[in-house]
Ligand binder design. Structure first.
Ligand SMILES: NC(=O)c1ccc[n+]([C@@H]2O[C@H](COP(=O)([O-])OP(=O)(O)OC[C@H]3O[C@@H](n4cnc5c(N)ncnc54)[C@H](OP(=O)(O)O)[C@@H]3O)[C@@H](O)[C@H]2O)c1
Length: 326
């Protein structure tokens, strides 16, 4: 099969589309013929040599896929050859075939194509797990989503609105803020010209926001805590602004704030299967009833993988960049 690897760290030109042996499904696994995959920020880090695949994961890039089950390993339950499925994977999404634990596969919601489905698993699972489960965002509360026009941001706005929460977003341009507004963000903050702490307080009559979904990390930690309301929850899922920062524990203690951080990729199959089961029950119905949709900036072919990475490096995209494999 053809797959994309990054044998040497570097720019988009470091990506190589190569012939590799077909994977065989192990016990409990399904073999999926991949129709499409999508880019995630982590793929850029892997290409640059900063985010190696966890032990046992495919050497090929790609953290999500959608396609058709074409074979089943021993004991793989719940799926039949011919079923359409999508999944978060620890690697190997940029490939024609992938062996995926059957317990981690998700059904493709009615009315969603395989190309669209490829843009769903990673960001909707990450946001559901972090903003709704870890952050406990509830109806009537307010959430601040940093990077509102990203793959993650576009999923977060929709999941927050579906939960009945009010959404504030940050982004770096008017066009990106407008895209976020079209998805239901009520307040847009241009982080290049505005102070998001001031803007968040203004939008909440001085109280601050209940939850922040953060992709910046260290550089925003103190200001994120400033922007939280009493009992506020900060959930960090990205470290684009560094991994280290000083924290004022007195402020956290007196205002009863909590900080959580998590990543999806390195979790065990059992943990990922548990999340997939909840996704199936709680989130996926939203794609069929029209409350949720993947936001896709553009679709390129697997041969155009370097161009897709160039586009993501440039950062002008809104939502997801999809690679059609099949
Ligand atoms: N922990 C996990 O399990 C997990 C899973 C998936 C993704 N993530 C993380 O989530 C983030 C988004 O991923 P993605 O794939 O959706 O990437 P993406 O589409 O490339 O988005 C990156 C986003 O970060 C925003 N950003 C960068 N610096 C910012 C700043 N100082 N203030 C506010 N926003 C800023 C960008 O905003 P502008 O474009 O407006 O500058 C952009 O919206 C990444 O950091 C990624 O590593 C984590």
């Amino acid at each position: 099969m053809r797959a994309v690897i990054a044998p040497e760290p570097g720019g988009p030109e470091a990506l190589k589309l190569v012939e590799t042996p077909d994977p065989t499904p192990g016990p409990g696994e399904a073999l999926v013929r991949v129709e499409a995959t999508a880019l995630n920020r982590a793929d850029l880090m892997q290409r640059k040599g900063h985010y190696p695949p966890p032990p046992g994961a495919s050497e090929a890039l790609g953290l999500e896929l959608a396609g058709t089950v074409i074979a089943l390993g021993a004991g793989a339950r719940g799926w039949a050859v011919g079923d359409e499925a999508m999944a978060v994977v620890s690697g190997g999404g940029y490939a024609e075939l992938a062996a995926v634990p059957a317990s981690c596969l998700l059904p493709v919601p009615t009315g969603v194509s395989l190309i669209e489905a490829a843009a769903i698993p990673e960001v909707f699972t990450t946001v559901y797990d972090n903003m709704l489960l870890r952050g406990r965002l509830a109806g009537g509360e307010t959430v601040l989503v940093h990077g509102g026009s990203s793959g993650i941001g576009t999923a977060a706005i929709q999941l927050a609105r579906r939960a009945g929460a009010r959404v504030l977003v940050t982004a770096s341009s008017q066009a990106k803020l407008e895209a976020a507004a079209r998805l239901g963000a009520e307040v847009g903050i241009d982080y290049t010209t505005q102070d998001f702490v001031v803007a968040a307080r203004e939008a909440t009559d001085g109280r601050g926001v209940n939850v922040i979904l953060d992709v910046v990390g260290g550089r925003y930690l103190a200001r994120n805590l400033d922007a939280l309301a009493l009992e506020g929850r900060l959930v960090i899922i990205g470290l684009q602004g560094g991994a280290e920062a000083e924290v004022n524990l007195g402020q956290m203690l007196s205002r009863r704030l909590s900080v959580a951080a998590s990543s999806l990729r390195a979790r065990s199959v059992e943990e990922k299967a548990g999340l997939a089961e909840r996704m199936r029950r709680v989130v996926l119905p939203g794609f069929s009833d029209g409350t949720l949709r993947p936001v896709i900036d553009r679709v390129l072919s697997l041969d155009e993988v370097a161009e897709a990475h160039r586009l993501m490096d440039a950062g002008d995209h809104i939502g997801k960049i999809v690679l059609q494999v099949g």
